[in-house]
Ligand binder design. Structure first.
Ligand SMILES: [Zn+2]
Length: 253
């Protein structure tokens, strides 16, 4: 009887541990990939897409059933809603692989920030990639000026500062839209850590990386661009490293 009781106790313990592990995985144990590993997967996927050598993806019953237990996407893509830039195709990813937030002009207001925060905080996603694109209608509307109809105005307002910066840098009118698209993409990516304490902390801890890219409509290639916040950080680290380390920047951190 004692042996039987011991067996039951051990068996129950193992069963509980398995159940616990299952819950942990289902509630977002993370995709088990590094920040750079995730970026490499996206770049490789984009290369396959450009070359027309897309990987065979399981989008059938088995994969759907597997995903009912939980999701572990490798990246958050914050991209424009433009029908010509579907992130799953552009990065050659399948079901459950990427967490996509799409909004005209790939801007990040509170709703988009909240979506990104959910992915990095609760799903353990290690990479955020902001994706702008050539011939973006939202950026073009902002460059063209005038008063946009209805709620489009709130998108234009959000893009305006980037367009102003582009106008200050580029005098050739033919190059203005491309410059504004670049500025807007970099600005969205750069502002993520400024506007979200959750994202900022995860980036500071090295758990999340922010990248940005601009999609070329004709070639399908995503050209990675430097994220402004990274540049600022590098500059300040290089020139004021000791001052910054000594300062109690965030008391609540
Ligand atoms: Zn667009």
């Amino acid at each position: 009887m004692t042996k039987m009781r011991r067996f039951l106790a051990v068996f129950s313990f193992i069963a509980i541990m398995f159940a616990y592990a299952g819950t942990m995985l289902a509630s977002g144990g993370g995709p088990g990939i590094s920040t750079d590993g995730a970026l490499k997967k996206l770049i490789d996927g984009n290369t396959r897409y450009v070359e027309g050598k897309q990987a065979q993806k399981d989008i059938g019953d088995n994969r759907r059933t597997e995903l009912t237990k939980g999701q572990h996407p490798i990246a958050v893509i914050l991209s424009c809603s433009d029908s010509r830039v579907p992130p799953e195709h552009v990065f050659d990813q399948g079901l459950g692989d990427i967490f996509v937030v799409r909004v005209a002009g790939n801007i990040a207001d509170k709703i988009e920030l909240g979506s990104v925060e959910y992915a990095v905080e609760h799903l353990g996603v290690p990479l955020i990639l902001v994706l702008g694109h050539q011939s973006c209608g939202a950026v073009k509307a902002t460059v063209d000026g005038g008063k946009p109809e209805g709620n489009i105005e709130s998108i234009v307002k959000k893009i305006s500062p980037a367009v102003k910066r582009a106008k200050a840098k580029v005098k050739d009118k033919n190059k203005l839209l491309d410059a504004a698209i670049l500025e807007n993409t970099k600005a969205t990516a750069g502002a993520l850590t400024k506007k979200s304490a959750i994202i900022r902390h995860l980036v500071e801890e090295g758990k999340v990386k922010i990248a940005a890219g601009v999609y070329n409509l004709a070639t399908g290639k995503v050209e990675l661009v430097e994220v402004e916040a990274d540049k600022e950080k590098k500059t300040s680290e290089a020139s004021h490293e000791h001052t910054h380390v000594a300062e109690p920047i965030q008391a609540g951190h």
